[in-house]
Design a protein around this ligand. Structure first.
Ligand SMILES: Cc1cc2nc3c(=O)[nH]c(=O)nc-3n(C[C@H](O)[C@H](O)[C@H](O)COP(=O)(O)OP(=O)(O)OC[C@H]3O[C@@H](n4cnc5c(N)ncnc54)[C@H](O)[C@@H]3O)c2cc1C
Length: 584
């Protein structure tokens, strides 16, 4: 048995050169294969963690299937602060191992996804009267000497990154702070620091992983939900899947089944019929999206050092906008995380405390909410969400189901590696770690490909903003988007005037990224729902029209999907209550 499993894992053809685009036809073919074949590994969940597990397992030569109940990155993996970071706020808790692991992963990601992850400097201002900046649990008498405490912390942060550090932190004079973050309140500002981390686009990172897994031979489908497990002698040997688009149910057989469903891990584990080992405490985090010009956040992110509940808040430049957050409170409907008026008031209050301009709800472009999949230390124990562990756990249930939960987007690769190591041990093979040096899809030939992209994009009449956006979203794969424009010049048209998105991206999303609904395109292949003042409401008809041609929708189907999108955005706006679509 051991020998045969060993052979299966090692000798299956790894189609690492396959560049097959993920079209809806490929989705149907993948589902058909899932019905007919027996896999080595079935991954449940198409967030960053599940996608990372699929990449790791496929790169080790396993025959992999991945199913996602809605769309890739539709859960927490499109709702983050989008930082690839060590987590400066874990230092005061002395979580050095956690910070070191995340800083190592930050360095690996900067190399493996060079087009998607970029360094960013964080300006940390210090004010007279600050007592617990960056969540320091203790303070000095009258706050005297806090500067030195912070300096030691930042020095440690640099040290923990080792040879993979982005850039060393520096002390800043008051004038430097105001030059880099001109809208900060001046009164009481003493000095500051700048330290370095990195940022990405969470949903695009997940998509790059999905495509990397497919490139290595994984069969992948979205809108395919695991609804029960098949067990033999108490062990899971398969999962019953409902295809929400093809309206069919069937069983996928697999030797190993991985539960990578984030906040749904407990629910999915209980489908085995046994008491779940996993205990997840979801904690909601809300962000506001703001105009970069209005709050004058340009090259640097800003850290608001101290909140009433000893948190830190980030203002981060992100594409055409700035993101501000986040909160860390309680639970709710896990399938529909919503920002409420209370969440928004909390954020606005702190923003206005630190900024010299006064922002109101009218200045908010959009708000979004997500749940952190925090691991609860023991079933039933009571902890504040901010104190729950950010580390990950790989748990094997008596049924053989392997659950990976917790962690951060930044550490997805390490989480995946630890998970697949469990499978290697089960199979009696020595663990290998190919993802340490595995370029993600779109990274091949970068940055040379970037130059070609600029030349070709300009010759096709695209703006510098659009070319830069295409480069950061797709890497070398942006050449495929440009090819579409060569075939049909109308696809170069922008979708929305003040955003860099173009029509060709909608077609590309259908042909290569398994977009099945307008929401997939507007919220995850692009971030129009976050960046657009109208959250995509004015453009959903155009997007659905382009998709209808690609996917052969009837006009009824097209209208129904437009309606679903409008209803979802309507629900968000209702929860935010005071936020209306702007009249201008
Ligand atoms: C507010 C906030 C800010 C954050 N900021 C950062 C940050 O800046 N940097 C960072 O590194 N991390 C950050 N994180 C953490 C990070 O976003 C998460 O750790 C990560 O996205 C979790 O990914 P996941 O794949 O485990 O879960 P998810 O993305 O939720 O994926 C799980 C998937 O499983 C699917 N699923 C569930 N049940 C089934 C089923 N039965 N069948 C099939 N599929 C199923 C779901 O639909 C979902 O898509 C933040 C989190 C939050 C909430």
């Amino acid at each position: 048995m051991l020998k045969s499993t060993l052979i299966t894992a090692r000798t299956l053809p790894s189609s690492s050169t396959a560049m097959e685009p993920l079209s809806s036809t490929v989705r149907m073919r993948n589902l058909a294969r899932m019905k007919d074949e027996r896999f080595d590994v079935l991954v449940i969940g198409g967030g960053v963690t599940g996608a990372g597990v699929a990449v790791d397992a496929a790169a080790r030569g396993y025959r992999v299937a991945l199913v996602e109940k809605t769309d890739f990155a539709s859960g927490t993996s499109s709702k983050s602060t989008k930082l690839v970071h060590g987590g400066i706020r874990y230092l005061p808790n002395f979580d050095f191992a956690l910070v070191r692991e995340a800083l190592t992963e930050r360095g690996i990601l900067l190399k493996n996804a060079p087009f998607l992850v970029e360094p960013v400097g964080f300006v940390l201002p210090l004010y007279k009267g600050d007592r617990h900046p960056v969540g320091l649990p203790l303070t000095t008498p009258g706050g005297i000497g806090l500067r030195y405490v912070l300096s030691i912390g930042l020095w440690l942060y640099d040290l923990l990154a080792g040879g993979r550090n982005v850039q060393r932190h520096r002390h800043l004079s008051r004038a430097d702070v105001l030059r880099m973050a001109p809208t900060l309140v001046q009164e009481g500002l003493k000095e500051g620091f700048i330290y370095y981390d990195a940022q990405t686009h969470d949903a695009r990172l997940t998509m790059a992983l999905i495509r990397t897994a497919a490139q290595h031979g994984a069969d992948i489908a979205n809108y395919a939900e695991v609804i029960s497990f098949v067990t033999e002698q108490g062990k899971v040997t398969g999962a019953v899947v409902r295809d929400h688009i093809g309206n069919q149910e069937f069983t996928i057989q697999a030797r190993h089944i991985i539960n990578a469903t984030g906040i749904f891990s407990e629910e999915v584990e209980s489908l085995t019929g046994k008491e779940p080992q996993v205990s997840v405490e979801p904690s909601k985090g809300v962000h506001l999206v703001l105009s970069r010009e209005q709050i004058k956040v340009d090259d640097f992110a800003v850290v608001l050092p101290e909140t009433d509940d000893r948190r830190i808040l980030f203002i981060v430049p992100w594409g055409s906008r700035a993101i501000f957050g986040t909160t860390d409170t309680g639970s709710g409907d896990l399938n529909h995380p919503l920002a409420t008026q209370k969440d928004i008031s909390y954020l606005l209050e702190h923003l206005n405390r630190y900024l010299s301009i006064n922002l109101t709800t009218d200045d908010i472009i959009s708000a979004y909410a997500g749940y952190r999949p925090l691991v609860r230390p023991g079933r039933g124990s009571k902890h504040s969400p901010a104190k729950l562990s950010r580390t990950h756990a790989v748990l094997e249930s008596p049924s053989g189901l392997v659950t990976i939960v917790g962690g951060k987007m930044t550490t997805y690769r390490r989480m995946a590696q630890d998970t697949v190591d469990v499978l290697s041990r089960r199979d009696g093979t020595a663990p290998i770690h190919p993802t340490e040096r595995l370029l993600l899809y779109g990274g091949t030939g970068w940055p040379d490909a970037q130059h070609q992209l600029q030349v070709k994009g300009a010759s096709l009449g695209l703006s510098a903003k659009t070319i830069s956006h295409l480069a950061k979203s797709y890497g070398a794969e942006a050449a495929q988007v440009l090819k579409l424009i060569e075939g049909d010049a109308s696809l170069a048209q922008p979708l929305i005037d003040d955003l860099p998105y173009i029509r060709a991206e909608v077609v590309h999303a259908c042909r290569a990224e398994m977009a099945m609904t307008p929401y997939d395109v507007l919220a995850r292949r692009t971030s129009i729902t976050l960046e657009d003042y109208y959250r995509g409401m004015n453009v959903v008809g155009t997007v659905a029209g382009l998709m209808a041609k690609e996917l052969g929708w009837s006009s009824e189907r097209q209208q129904a999907l437009i309606g679903e999108f409008q209803a979802a955005i309507g629900e968000e706006l209702a929860a935010e209550a005071t936020l209306e679509l702007p009249s201008h």
